[in-house]
Write a protein that binds this ligand. Structure first.
Ligand code: SF4
Length: 105
């Protein structure tokens, strides 16, 4: 299980400072796919006896925190339930622009 820490950092940034369209995308991914998914840790505990000491809701396939992962524009579901919106390079550029915009506000 390889966690994309750099990407997750972008997801955290987007969750805290991101624009509404990023928050809407994250909510759609979470509500439509991750919340009911059998690989969501909260469901895996109940459905398949998955055990963990982590308190957060995470994906048991990739290990990512789901709140952060769904906010990451270049992230995708490890079992192809949802896709990346942009490449990693494009996500880096968007984050840079958001960061510059936040400094100007
Ligand atoms: S990222 Fe994919 S596999 Fe993981 S919890 Fe969400 S929908 Fe399920």
């Amino acid at each position: 299980m390889k966690v994309d820490w750099k990407g997750l950092t972008q997801g955290i940034y987007n969750a805290v400072l991101g624009k509404q369209w990023i928050k809407d995308l994250a909510a759609y991914r979470m509500n439509t796919y991750c919340s009911p998914c059998e690989f969501n840790s909260k469901n895996a505990i109940a459905l398949s006896g998955y055990t963990t000491i982590r308190p957060d809701h995470h994906c048991t396939r990739c290990g990512c925190n789901l709140e952060w992962k769904t906010h990451q524009l270049s992230s995708s579901c490890p079992v192809s339930k949802w896709q990346a919106e942009v490449s990693q390079e494009q996500a880096n550029e968007i984050t840079k622009q958001l960061s510059n915009g936040a400094k100007e506000e």
